[in-house]
Design a binder for this molecule. Structure first.
Ligand code: CTP
Ligand code: CA
Length: 231
């Protein structure tokens, strides 16, 4: 099987990955969401599959094709994503790259909300979504051996990422600064990513790389984590 000449670094490993945004309905025609192209999560899924892993990708709504050799579960909401991840477990490795909406609308309307002519906008109440990464990180029995999350921050990158590592029980956090403009040279929606990997052993800064290169490098680092003698 041709896989671009890549070593089968993750042969026999099962990987569950989340990617993309979630859409939380307001009514049948409207939703709230995060900015996320899904490019990084999908690239990781593709790289892990090319490295021989058994990959389940739980994807929110994105305009990307399903990566080759990957089992893709398409979801819309955070609750559906949580459910799909639970079904996909157990796994050796969990990589939570999705930009999950933190809140959903409480009691989303079954019918389209109409303007009532008063000029007053509707008032919405929100409720917090489940934290999928924290749920996996703090799992007792059946916790994947390696739990990896992301932290996209606009300020205090390392302090915020470190806090997330601890709070969510993750092994690694891939932190990136998204304060750069959304378009042009920026990171969100773009093809490049500048990552710092935090673990309990410290911080490792990667140069600015194409998202596919980030994915390949992450796969290599994961393989080295499981088989350090091959480093
Ligand atoms: N995450 C998740 N489920 C959620 C929220 C976040 O699995 N409901 C995961 C993301 O996929 C990412 C990590 O947690 O890997 C960090 O997401 P982030 O939004 O930065 O963290 P939050 O805890 O939501 O903090 P913040 O208030 O900064 O948004
Ligand atoms: Ca969040």
């Amino acid at each position: 099987v041709s896989n671009g000449g890549k070593a089968r670094l993750l042969e026999g490993r099962r990987v569950v990955i989340t990617s993309g945004p979630t859409h939380e309905p307001i009514d049948p025609v409207r939703y709230i969401a995060n900015r996320s192209s899904g490019k990084q999560g999908h690239a990781i899924a593709a790289a892990a599959a090319a490295a021989g892993a058994d990959v389940v990708l739980v994807s929110g709504p994105v305009s990307l094709p399903d990566p080759a050799g990957v089992t893709v579960v398409h979801v819309e909401t955070a609750c559906q994503m949580q459910e799909a991840v639970d079904k996909a477990l157990p796994a050796d490795i969990a990589i939570l790259a999705a930009a999950v909406a933190d809140w959903r609308v409480k009691g989303a309307a079954a019918q389209k909300i109409k303007k009532d002519g008063s000029g007053r906008p509707p008032v919405m109440e929100f409720t917090e979504n489940p934290d999928i990464l924290a749920g996996i990180g703090h799992r007792g029995e059946g916790r994947p051996a390696l739990v990896i999350g992301f932290a996209a921050e606009t300020a205090d990158l390392l302090a915020n990422a470190k806090a997330k590592l601890e709070r969510k029980g993750a092994d690694w956090i891939l932190a990136n600064d998204v304060s750069t403009p959304a378009y042009g040279t920026g990171i969100m929606g773009g093809d490049a990513n500048e990552i710092q990997i935090l673990s309990r052993d410290g911080v490792e800064a990667w140069p600015r790389l194409d998202k596919r290169q980030v994915a390949d490098r992450l796969v290599a680092r994961i393989a080295a984590h499981f088989e350090p003698e091959d480093e």
